[in-house]
Design a protein around this ligand. Structure first.
Ligand code: GDP
Ligand code: MN
Length: 347
């Protein structure tokens, strides 16, 4: 039970019916938050930062999704954090369950083995549902039908920098379809056969592979093997139509039939990243350097003096150029591609 004190009662929209939503941002966009009821307080801390750093000026709506119904407490204590509209959706059972074709004994055997090998989340079935849902289903939830762009936000992440532009409109204006802030190497033990499946898919559907793609970011040998680089998908600003596309629909369904979301522990980060790298043109993927962001244990903190003026993170703790990050590789490739294309150096 919780109660508002009298002193702040009058400011708070106790009854959402009386609230007027003034969306100022011009994009058809929303924050998408997959969360459990138990994530309430962690998410409120995140939401406060997102509102303060950015959304109080734009009032983009929030869509909360959960495999269980959200409690009234969750709805009330999140809706009061923003002037924007908040919506709460239940995930349909078929988007959060083990398909009939999956051999559950094999899943349990593999989970036990991964537990022995200390594979992170290796023995968790809910985590597998989460990864499969974020890979192939979140954008099919009916609450997202009316949007073109989404920003994925998780509980317990931090936003460090005042944003004085609208990343959704930036994407729309520049034909960008996938934006990230942190990239890194995946644990190979979670995806032993993922790349084989990707290769098989590319051979079967060459028409879906973009000519000007970002294969060099994810492979050091022209596509023979995966170098494990991926965009960290706990933060994503993306175009929903990328995932709704024919290419991605076929891709997800192909991967899903392989069973690797359950038999192995395929993450939504490598799945989204590989798709973005193969189906998009180079200019359609964007590094949002201005967005200082932390999800434990890594932080992207802009290091340029001009950007630092708007942030409160310590640039010495920036992960971008550390050994486990793929962002230096990404930046160097972008420069190389730019030089190749324009026959002149990027400044
Ligand atoms: P990590 O970032 O990979 O360590 O995984 P998290 O525990 O942060 O989970 C990723 C996201 O999925 C977060 O937004 C969680 O709130 C959410 N999530 C994870 N498991 C579940 C679950 O079983 N149910 C629901 N509704 N959300 C979940
Ligand atoms: Mn997380």
């Amino acid at each position: 039970r919780f109660e508002f004190s009298d002193s702040n009662k009058e400011d708070l929209p106790i009854n959402k019916e009386h609230k007027i939503y003034h969306q100022i941002g011009k994009a058809k966009a929303a924050f998408v938050v997959l969360a459990r009821n138990s994530d309430l307080h962690s998410f409120r801390a995140t939401m406060r930062q997102l509102e303060d750093r950015f959304n109080h000026k734009y009032n983009y709506p929030y869509v909360f999704l959960n495999d269980e119904p959200f409690t009234e407490e969750f709805k009330q204590l999140t809706s009061v954090m923003t002037k924007a509209k908040t919506e709460y959706g239940l995930i349909p059972k078929e988007h959060w369950s083990v398909p009939d074709s999956i051999d559950m004994e094999r899943v349990l055997r593999n989970m036990a083995k991964m537990r022995e090998e200390d594979v992170i989340y290796g023995d968790s079935l809910p985590y597998r549902h989460m990864c499969r849902f974020e890979s192939g289903f979140f954008y099919r939830h009916s609450l997202l039908d009316k949007y073109d762009y989404y920003w994925r936000v998780e509980p317990d992440v931090q936003f460090y920098c005042d944003l004085d532009f609208d990343p959704f409109m930036y994407m729309q204006d520049h034909d960008i379809k996938y934006g990230f802030t942190i990239s890194l190497y995946e644990y190979p033990k979670t995806i032993p056969t993922l790349w084989d499946a990707v290769k098989e898919f590319s051979e079967k559907y060459p028409e879906f592979i973009e000519k000007e793609n970002l294969m060099e970011f994810i492979s050091n040998d022209g596509g023979q093997s995966y170098n494990l680089c991926h965009f960290w998908s706990n933060f994503e600003i993306g175009d929903l139509n990328l995932w709704r596309s024919k290419a991605y629909t076929e891709f997800f369904s192909f991967l899903d039939k392989k069973g690797g979301f359950f038999y192995e522990r395929w993450g939504d980060a490598p799945v989204h990243s590989i798709a973005a790298a193969l189906f998009l043109k180079r200019h359609q993927v964007h590094f949002f350097n201005e967005i200082g962001y932390r999800h434990e244990p890594f932080m992207h903190c802009p290091t340029g003096n001009d950007l630092q003026l708007k942030c409160h993170c310590n640039p010495n703790d920036n992960f971008d150029f550390q050994g486990y990050s793929c962002t230096l590789r990404y930046i160097e490739l972008k420069e190389k591609w730019f030089t190749e294309k324009n026959n002149t150096k990027m400044i």
